[in-house]
Design a protein around this ligand. Structure first.
Ligand SMILES: Nc1nc2c(c(=O)[nH]1)N[C@H]1C(S)=C(S)[C@@H](COP(=O)(O)OP(=O)(O)OC[C@H]3O[C@@H](n4cnc5c(N)ncnc54)[C@H](O)[C@@H]3O)O[C@H]1N2
Ligand code: MOO
Length: 666
């Protein structure tokens, strides 16, 4: 206990605080690490600490491009519209029905021809000839070839000549348009030296040239607005391509390379020292354990978890339950430049639990009891640098409970946000992937081979819970076993969530069944009125909850009545019923919407996911949507579910990391 070891811990910190309060304390004490400049191959996953702007326009020269077929088609339509407008009313009157019909059919042939030629163009490379537009169709001498990477330096296209250009290749001086190869014919000439080409179409200045001066495209971040005329069609000179605070992934690192930035200012990842304490601990390499010995698993686990979060780690080994030994190791660790100390064990009330008093001696304990299960004795302290030492910053010290599950839960809930805060994340909180509502009788987690591992915060032992994904997406799941939990402390469990084939059967709930009617024959009778009895839910079978019963029935749900009458001798006993079948999108709708994911397997079963917003739309449109939750899984292919989940996660506002999310039962 903290009062021993000669150091008093303030009674204030002795108070049991909530998980939220504890996290707030940790994040208030944590400070971003000072930025460092690192080469771009070392910054993956780090947070940028400066704005990055483009030193030059991209491309830096006018280059040959192929204007997209879509744009061309748009242009053609625009021109057609304009032509139409020019037709006077009088002219229109003169046109006979037959003439119109003829025009229509020739237009559709034209359109067909255009479509085919577009397809041909799509197949071809967009190489062409740099020309002087005013020259027009005719035969020309090819003076040079400009290919991507070859700058055609010193070459000038003069009237009467052309130059061969490849896509992305610089357009030589003098040329003001590019004619695509498909609008040309090569001419065989006797001399191998001199190439000639026939230009078949009239072009205009600027066509198929990616100018240095060009409207800013949508994707360039930073200054400028789409359509604004700036230098560089991809990136204008001076554009901020990445902003301070952005996390650097592969795409961002590619962008840095594009703009020639090979070293950037980022927030470094913290260095974490990991120590196990306990006389019973031996190295995992020990083959035969003596009585009372256990292998140290926490250290390997926490070192790995810290590495997973990109931290540098320092293995501090195992400390015996000896005050001097622990103090010596702590002193060395604090002097070695770590940002976070993670010890495990020695934080409960035993007479040899030295971690807490030593943390108090070395710094300031801020809390030592959290209203959670497991993890109650989690201790947190800040270790301030000695006043003489101006180079080091404060160290966050977590005394994690020795129990391995408590240790990992505490790492996940408190250390991960602290690491993120130190590493410069704007939002260091874990995304709350799922919440389970104890007031809803509807949910459950039905678990099969698929293994996303969650920490499940259980507040009660109800077996039916609702799990929601983010704020607006929900899944229905079924708890395989009821879980007895602490009514006061938030409880955290590791859960494996999986999906299995929905056999179409529904769980049906009955409220207030009198005890004398609580028999399999009555359950079967009730089930019979709901399409057929399949099984009693385990909790109902063992009469664990007498206020309600749950029975799996064949359904379909549409035929299940709202209440069921059971003959009770002279009386009819009438019971309200609720149905717990997963909501299902029966028709594939609005599949083009990016926030809805609909993945169909080979025929049935299928997975359908959506967000609350769309559910509303469906309802407003009176589509066939059943069920209570905006998003549900109905499917058997776990891989589909995973990818569907990931897609939703990625398209939702806060990008969810499935491996790191917390399910809370509340
Ligand atoms: N009188 C009280 N006793 C305990 C309380 C309490 O409030 N009052 N809290 C209990 C809770 S809750 C927990 S959790 C533990 C935490 O205690 P410690 O942090 O002091 O942990 P230890 O006693 O050292 O170990 C607990 C358990 O875990 C095993 N262990 C420890 N380190 C490792 C390791 N590195 N690798 C694998 N296993 C480890 C250890 O052998 C014990 O079995 O305190 C309760 N007691
Ligand atoms: O809190 Mo202990 O961590 O219950 O096992």
């Amino acid at each position: 206990m903290g009062e021993k070891g000669g150091t008093q811990i303030s009674t204030n910190t002795n108070k049991m605080i909530t998980v939220e309060e504890a996290l707030e304390i940790v994040l208030n004490v944590a400070q971003r690490l000072p930025p460092v400049t690192l080469p771009i191959h070392e910054v993956l996953g780090k947070v940028l600490a400066e704005d990055i702007s483009a030193p030059d326009p991209l491309p830096p020269y006018p280059a040959s491009i192929k204007i997209s077929c879509k744009e061309k088609e748009k242009k053609r339509r625009r021109e057609e519209e304009e032509k139409k407008k020019k037709l006077t009313a009088a002219e229109k009157k003169k046109r006979t029905y037959a003439a119109e019909k003829k025009e229509k059919s020739s237009r559709s042939r034209e359109e067909e021809g255009e479509e085919q030629s577009q397809q041909r163009r799509r197949r071809r490379r967009a190489d062409g000839y740099a020309v002087v537009a005013a020259d027009g169709p005719g035969e020309y001498t090819v003076i040079t070839e400009s290919r991507a990477g070859n700058d055609a330096l010193g070459v000038t296209v003069t009237p009467g000549t052309v130059a061969y250009v490849t896509t992305g290749g610089p357009v030589p001086d003098g040329a003001d348009a590019v004619v695509q190869v498909e609008d040309t014919e090569s001419i065989s000439v006797a001399s191998a030296e001199q190439k000639r080409v026939r230009i078949l179409k009239q072009t205009s200045p600027g066509v198929d040239i990616r100018a240095v001066s060009y409207p800013i495209p949508v994707l360039v971040r930073g200054s400028g607005y789409p359509g604004e005329l700036v230098e560089g069609s991809d990136i204008a000179q001076g554009t901020i391509v990445l902003k301070s605070g952005e996390r650097l992934g592969a795409a961002e690192i590619g962008l840095l390379a594009t703009v020639g930035v090979v070293a950037v200012k980022v927030y470094p990842s913290p260095t974490i020292g990991v120590l196990s304490t306990g006389d019973e601990l031996v190295e995992p390499t020990v083959g035969r354990l003596n009585r009372g010995q256990i292998r140290d698993s926490n250290r390997a686990m926490i070192l790995t978890a810290a590495t997973q979060h990109q931290c540098k780690v320092l293995d501090l080994g195992i400390a015996r339950d000896d005050e001097q030994e622990i103090e010596r190791i702590l002193d060395n660790a604090f002097a070695s430049g770590i940002d976070i100390l993670l010890s495990s064990g020695g934080v409960s009330m035993g007479d040899r639990d030295f971690v807490k008093p030593l943390l108090q001696k070395k710094g300031r304990v801020l809390f030592q009891k959290v209203l959670m299960k497991p993890g109650k004795p989690l201790t947190f302290a800040e270790i301030l640098p000695r006043s003489s030492d101006r180079t080091s910053s404060k160290i966050l010290a977590f005394g994690l409970p020795g129990n391995p599950v408590s240790c990992l839960v505490c790492f996940h809930l408190f250390v991960v946000p602290a690491i993120r805060h130190l590493s410069g994340w704007a939002n260091p909180h874990l995304p709350r992937l799922a919440r389970v509502d104890r007031r809803s009788p509807l949910l459950s987690l039905s678990l099969n081979p698929f293994s996303i591992q969650f920490l499940v915060d259980l507040w009660l032992s109800n077996l039916s819970k609702a799990v929601s994904i983010s704020n607006n997406c929900r899944v229905q799941a079924r708890l395989k076993h009821s879980v007895k939990t602490d009514p006061h402390r938030s409880e955290f469990h590791r859960a494996v969530i999986s999906w299995q084939l929905n056999d179409g059967s529904d769980y049906q709930g009955v409220h207030g069944l009198p005890l004398h009617l609580w028999s399999t024959s009555v359950m079967k009778e009730i089930g019979g009125k709901c399409g057929g009895w399949l099984e009693n839910e385990e909790e109902t079978e063992i009469k664990n909850h007498l206020r309600w019963a749950r029975i799996r029935v064949k359904g379909p749900r549409e035929t299940i009545p709202l209440s069921i009458d059971v003959d009770d001798g002279n009386l009819i006993f009438s019971m309200p019923i609720w149905v717990e079948s997963p909501a299902m999108y029966k028709k594939k709708e609005i599949v083009t919407n990016p926030r809805q994911v609909t993945i169909a397997g080979k025929g049935e079963p299928r997975v359908a996911l959506g967000c609350g917003k769309y559910k509303k739309t469906f309802h407003e449109k009176g589509k066939e949507v059943v069920g209570l939750y905006p998003t549900d899984f109905v499917g058997s292919d776990t891989q589909q579910v995973v990818s569907a989940l990931e897609q939703v996660a990625c398209s939702s506002a806060e990008c969810l990391d499935l491996q790191e999310s917390v399910i809370q039962f509340f």
